[in-house]
Design a protein around this ligand. Structure first.
Ligand SMILES: C[S@@+](CC[C@H](N)C(=O)[O-])C[C@H]1O[C@@H](n2cnc3c(N)ncnc32)[C@H](O)[C@@H]1O
Length: 221
């Protein structure tokens, strides 16, 4: 998955969780990242209930691929037979061995991790059409030709990774959302919620995962 125009992820490991040295933030929740991915990104987007043929998920921040694997597994468990379309934007890709190490803690994802690592970042399979767009989302997203039915907004925390939560990026998310499409994110930061509202979403504040009081979700109106 390495690309000449990409800078690599710069990782350290804390209790088996990859932490970005560049952003000083973990890639996923120390308190069960898979459960959080399901609660926030699937549940927050009304998935798997909304799955239908041709469904297209887009994501800011591919990281280890955990959210992708949670969605792909849910897609197959829902007995969808056409490919799930999944587009993710990533500026600092992990190496394959780093992804393998990060994902190894979830036995129920093992089969999916193996298929992803063998298939690569542009993989095509019976049930998955994956495109990881390598580069800074600030440039890549406005140029993207697609529209997603559901967005996973998963940058590092807004305080540490503000460039992935700016009004400009949120506006681009709105502009690249299909009619009645949705977004979900773990953050309930006020400035992010306002930017998403300005971008055309009806924003709600569901219960967050675990000890977190709130997260954010919304529907394009
Ligand atoms: C919290 S992690 C994502 C975790 C990931 N969704 C997973 O399932 O493992 C945030 C990601 O955003 C990426 N990122 C940060 N700034 C970015 C930018 N300007 N453009 C694209 N990706 C960016 C980071 O490299 C990191 O992989």
């Amino acid at each position: 998955m390495n690309s000449s125009k990409a800078q690599k992820a710069d990782l350290e490991w804390r209790d088996g969780v990859p932490v970005s040295v560049r952003f000083d933030d973990p890639y996923f929740s120390v308190n069960n990242g898979l459960a959080e991915a399901r609660h926030v990104f699937l549940g927050g987007n009304g998935l798997p209930e909304r799955f239908c043929e041709g469904f297209h998920i887009a994501e800011l921040g591919f990281g280890s691929g955990l959210n992708l694997l949670a969605a792909w597994r849910a897609w197959e468990v829902a007995r969808m037979t056409s490919p799930l379309r999944f587009t993710s934007f990533e500026a600092y890709p992990m190496d394959t061995d780093e992804m393998a190490k990060a994902l190894a803690v979830w036995p129920e994802l093992a089969e999916y991790a193996e298929r992803l690592l063998a298939g690569g970042m542009q993989m095509r399979a019976d049930t998955l059409e994956l495109d990881v767009i390598i580069g800074d989302a600030r440039e890549a997203l406005p140029e993207w030709g697609g529209k997603a039915d559901a967005w996973f907004l998963d940058g590092f925390s807004p305080a540490k990774n503000p460039e992935l939560w700016s009004p400009e990026i949120m506006h681009a998310v709105g502009a690249h959302t299909a009619p009645s499409g949705t977004f979900a994110t773990y953050t309930a930061a006020g400035h992010v919620r306002r930017a998403l509202k300005d971008a055309g979403f009806n924003v709600t504040r569901p219960k967050g995962h675990g000890h977190k009081r709130h997260m954010s979700a919304g529907v394009l109106v």
